[in-house]
Design a binder for this molecule. Structure first.
Ligand code: BES
Ligand code: MN
Ligand code: MN
Length: 457
């Protein structure tokens, strides 16, 4: 099948592809909020219809104990390999709303960018594939390989029910390789193949000092303040050199090899420029490692939120009864989130002052991932990106997590290509999320090539 006309189709319809994405972004599919439960479902139904309209032979909603999974397929390329494309149609909450320059669910185009929640994470990148598929099927009525497409609605809340879906539908999802576009490129103009992700272990700490708030004059000096206790605990989680102090935490961490150290050092990374982008007076990370190593190949621990006591206007003299914190750890491959949870809980119990009650709640977790890049699928990806962008692809890892990736690779025993078309500064999870529309187009074109390249594997 001739590919030139498929590329011309995508070029001719580039404006419509943008208009189509607007409709998808307009649906507020915020998975974490019960208020949006109907919107999430409406979004799934919408996507199912769009899969059929783009020419897939079959598209269905699969129920889970949580938000639905959308599945579509085109399986008429006899004797050709099958690619499984994964994405997520759910999005993050929008708060703080007042910081958005245009409403999050009314996509607005400014300076070649589409602004809106989910534009890059991950609706735009789902559409990259849907539009590449549409281009092939409109031009030739055929794809160069078989395609299975799943989009889940719970990625942003930990993909809790996807493993069960996978277990129950192993045959349905059987494929030769997987492709996911849900990661950023290293930089604009640098097509990137991501071969590693970090895992995650997320906790909530709950401290109680007294049965209710106490008058700080009548009781101050006689009881331990749980906020102080929490501060003491938090200050012991990491030392000045950025090392995590939980005993046994590093036991399963695979050291960075000489080759990988050299590879990562060869990427064009400017530390000062990065610091300026972040807007911090100075960077902080585990000593002995480069910034990219600390971001991609070393684990980390962060307090994501902390609360307790009096937060209102003016002063209120109390000793609060409770204090809380959210603590997340980004893990590296071979670290197990449950084991890390056990180590964390044991350490907290050990260091917690006896005057407070402490409980550790486990919120969610997922494994990290590192790919074997010697698999031929990676060469196919390189060739496709070279053709799509006219530039050589770089190999990167990422610090974020897509917990489903390792589960899928383990269960289906297939290689997984993380080929994202986002940019690091597109404000994913933050106000004014945007998608670079040139990358949207280049992503579609590269994916058109990718299917053909994977068909030859
Ligand atoms: N697309 C991201 C994952 C990502 C972000 C990969 C940055 C590489 C770089 C995904 O939607 C996401 O936000 N994942 C969550 C997972 C969590 C909610 C279980 C994350 O990383 O925090
Ligand atoms: Mn995502
Ligand atoms: Mn996300």
């Amino acid at each position: 099948m001739e590919i030139k006309s498929v590329i011309s189709f995508a070029e001719k319809h580039s404006q419509r592809f943008i208009d189509d994405l607007v409709e998808f972004v307009e649906i507020p599919s915020v998975s974490s909020s019960s208020e949006h439960i109907d919107d999430v479902r409406r979004c799934a139904e919408f996507l199912k219809d769009k899969m059929l309209q783009s020419g897939l032979q079959r598209a269905e909603i699969f129920e889970t104990a949580g938000h639905p999974v959308v599945y579509g397929e085109w399986l008429a390329a006899e004797g050709k390999p099958t690619v499984l494309i994964y994405g997520h149609y759910d999005v993050q909450p929008v708060d703080p709303l007042e910081l958005w320059e245009s409403p999050p669910f009314e996509p607005a185009i400014r300076n070649g960018r589409m602004y809106g929640r989910g534009t890059v994470d991950d609706k735009g990148q789902i559409y990259v594939h849907l539009k590449a598929i549409e281009s092939w099927l409109s031009e030739h009525g055929q794809l160069p390989l078989n395609v299975k497409f799943i989009a889940e609605g719970e990625e942003e809340i930990g993909s809790e029910h996807l493993e069960e879906f996978l277990e129950n539908n192993r045959e349905l999802l059987k494929a030769d390789s997987a492709v996911i576009s849900d990661t950023p490129m290293f930089k604009k103009g640098m097509p990137s193949i991501c071969y590693g992700l970090r895992g995650l272990a997320y906790f909530q700490l709950n401290l109680r000092g007294s049965k209710q708030d106490l008058h700080s004059g009548s009781f101050g000096g006689a009881v331990k303040n749980p906020i102080h206790a929490l501060a003491e605990i938090i200050s012991q989680l990491k030392d000045e050199s950025g090392q995590i102090s939980i005993p046994g935490f590093y036991d399963d961490v695979i050291p960075i090899s000489k080759k990988e150290h050299a590879d990562l050092s060869a990427l064009p990374f400017d530390k000062e420029e990065y610091r300026e982008d972040v807007g911090a007076p100075a960077l902080f990370g585990e000593k002995g490692y480069s910034v990219l190593e600390n971001l991609w190949a070393r684990p980390t621990l962060d307090v994501c939120g902390i609360w307790g006591g009096f937060q209102g206007e003016g002063a209120k003299t109390i000793i609060p009864a409770e204090a809380h914190a959210k603590v997340s750890m980004r893990l590296v491959p071979n670290q197990n989130p449950e084991r890390v949870g056990d180590l964390f809980e044991a350490f907290i119990k050990e260091i917690a002052p006896p005057e407070v009650e402490v409980s550790v709640e486990r919120l969610h977790g997922g494994d990290g991932f590192v790919a074997d890049v010697s698999h031929p699928a990676f060469n196919a990806a390189k060739r496709a990106l070279q053709k799509g962008f006219g530039k050589k692809a770089v190999f990167i890892r990422e610090g974020g997590s897509i917990p489903f990736v390792q589960t899928m690779v383990d269960t289906l025993k297939i290689p997984c290509l993380l080929i994202g078309f986002g940019l690091p500064n597109e404000n994913a999870h933050a106000p004014n999320e945007w998608l670079d529309l040139e990358n949207y187009q280049l992503g579609i074109i590269s994916s058109i090539y990718l299917y053909e390249e994977l068909a030859q594997n």
